[in-house]
Write a protein that binds this ligand. Sequence first.
Ligand SMILES: *[C@@H]1O[C@H](CO)[C@@H](O)[C@H](O)[C@H]1NC(C)=O
Length: 372
Amino acid sequence: MFPLTMTKRRPATATLVLVLVLFECSKQMALAENGVPAIFVFGDSLVDVGNNNFLHSAARANFYPYGIDFRGGPTGRFSNGRTVIDMIVDYLGIPNAQEFANPDTSGDRILKGVNYASAAAGILDETGRHYGERYSLNQQVVNFESTRNDLRKSMDNWNLTRYLSRSITFMAFGSNDYINNYLMPNLYTSRFRYTSDQFADHLLNSYTRQLLALRSAGLRKFVVAGIGPLGCIPNQRATGVALPGRCVDNVNEMLGDFNEGLRSLVTQLNSQYPDSYFVYTNIYGIFGDILNHPDTYGFRVVDTACCGVGLNRGQITCLPLQFPCLNRNEYAFWDAYHPTEAASVVLADRAFRGPPSDSYPINIQQLALLSL
Ligand SMILES: *[C@@H]1O[C@H](CO)[C@@H](O)[C@H](O)[C@H]1NC(C)=O
């Protein structure tokens, strides 16, 4: 690009000045290029920002007291306040992506990314069926392809390729494939068809296919969140299977197959696709740390939800207009299934800046700075 032969004919000082100017320009370009232009979010209720408000679903959170601590009140987020994804986009310095299902999510509004996450959704299409409509992983990938067509109207192929390769793709799946499928043998048959390690393989096969479909569509920087210790959520504690004060150990053990498989998948994909980067976030380990050492993080209640009904306030999840606990920063769980904003701060912080035991092999901050 730069006609190097020309420098031979220039006086030395002029060449030096030119080189310095070019160096300064390229430094500034490098800085500008390091920014993450957009985030594409795929997943379930842990990162849904309101898609289910537009679907015929019983899995919704667009009513008080959800959002009691959120600027603007209830939105469809399954939290008292912000969720992990709200915090991660803050750290990245970009606005949060809007929900795909909202007709307003069009035109220039998609340039900073789109959120496809849908409460009750799983890796498997049938997961969460008893809640009604939801966007499964497969549907979310189809929805992304439609966004990609729209983006193509705003930029040429060269710019779209660069834009997608610098964007971050955040994925949080798998929890519902257990709690709203495998662990509900009265409604789903997977428990009879697969042993728990076969089921984990089955989930990971589908997950791999869709990760590669997104890579084929141009995305390059992936964060895949593992599953948290579901055996410890108020909903599972309330089943009465565990001893008082203990988690449901066999549920946590099942998730080990999935989480370990997902972590190995990341290693495998990183060596197989050098043009892409995959990061595994150890939600199980981070949340487990909160549950084992609540004092360290300022939590006092880790076995009972802040809002909900029955045993551990986990038998029926938080209901419209129900009064939640007052000391929400001292609770790890907001409702029967979801973390409070306070617990999400710990998850987001360690996913973003944590050591390889939290985010593997690198953290989200390093992923954002990586030039592929
Ligand atoms: C990419 O976008 C820039 C800025 O909008 C534009 O000037 C350029 O023509 C586009 N295409 C290529 C191939 O650089």
